[in-house]
Design a protein around this ligand. Structure first.
Ligand SMILES: C[S@@+](CC[C@H](N)C(=O)[O-])C[C@H]1O[C@@H](n2cnc3c(N)ncnc32)[C@H](O)[C@@H]1O
Length: 248
């Protein structure tokens, strides 16, 4: 698991991602999918620093967030004092209520590294959904991202947030010694002042990318029926978004 979401990194993540991700657009996209499927109670997993939560709260929707990282939840609660956030692991959780829709955005599925992680997550989602409830999640498309990282060994992201210039330099290495399609991601985070870089933090994580076929098969085996697949570009990745219904 990355340390990207702990301690000081949680605040750096929050500052940088607000410039990479258009959360208004992100909210409109996912909320449309939820509304198309009549989802009135919503659980967001990997709710992070609460940027989508803010939009759900503004529209008075029945929303709860769940995240593994206490530090991300602390920022989410500061941003959304009236929303409910629970610390938990998507691979094994049971909340007190069932939901119509469970959302996992921002490619948080990349942290489901083993097949066991995936199966346990889909199992947990199933148990926390109402009959005919839906899951909506995205994942990085292995078929496009692996060639991209080979052609672009250094990926730079620059962002300005509250008058501070940030720069992230990332390297992705395909590790074929590992099971599944795995990438080792190392990233250095800098502030840039007068063209001088100052290192803020280093992050290293192993993430998994998926082919569409394997996700389809995992869902089938966990008793979900796919209702829609959307090919979607996000700020740096080609992803698929899947909407799947719990079969009863
Ligand atoms: C890339 S961030 C996405 C955050 C948010 N959805 C966004 O778009 O800004 C991934 C989030 O997933 C959380 N996460 C990673 N593994 C998790 C797990 N097993 N269970 C719950 N949350 C997890 C991290 O703590 C982090 O907040």
């Amino acid at each position: 698991m990355a340390n990207l979401y702990d301690g000081k990194m949680a605040a750096i993540y929050d500052a940088m991602y607000q410039t990479f991700v258009d959360y208004d657009e992100e909210y409109a996209f996912y909320n449309n999918l939820i509304q198309e499927n009549n989802g009135s109670s919503i659980l967001e997993i990997g709710s992070g620093t609460g940027n989508l939560a803010k939009r759900f709260a503004k529209n008075n929707q029945n929303y709860q967030g769940l995240d593994y990282s206490d530090d991300m939840i602390t920022i989410a609660r500061e941003r959304n004092p009236n929303s409910s956030f629970t610390q938990g692991d998507m691979r094994d959780f049971k909340l007190n209520t069932l939901f119509d829709a469970i959302l996992i955005t921002g490619r948080s599925t990349s942290y489901l590294i083993t097949n066991d992680d995936i199966n346990r997550t889909f199992d947990s989602l199933y148990k926390n959904l109402n009959d005919n409830g839906i899951i909506i999640f995205d994942f990085i498309d292995a078929n496009r991202f692996i060639p991209f990282t080979k052609e672009n060994p250094l990926i730079v992201h620059e962002a300005v947030y509250e008058n501070v210039n940030y720069r992230r330099e990332s390297h992705w290495n395909t590790n074929t010694a590992l099971e599944n399609f795995m990438l080792e991601w190392s990233a250095n985070y800098f502030t840039v002042i007068n063209d001088k870089k100052e290192l803020l933090e280093k992050d290293f994580s192993t993430v998994r990318v998926f082919t569409l076929n394997e996700i389809e098969l995992f869902l089938y085996l966990s008793n979900f029926e796919i209702i829609k697949t959307i090919d979607r570009k996000t700020y740096a990745y080609d992803t698929y978004v899947i909407i799947a219904r719990k079969k009863v």
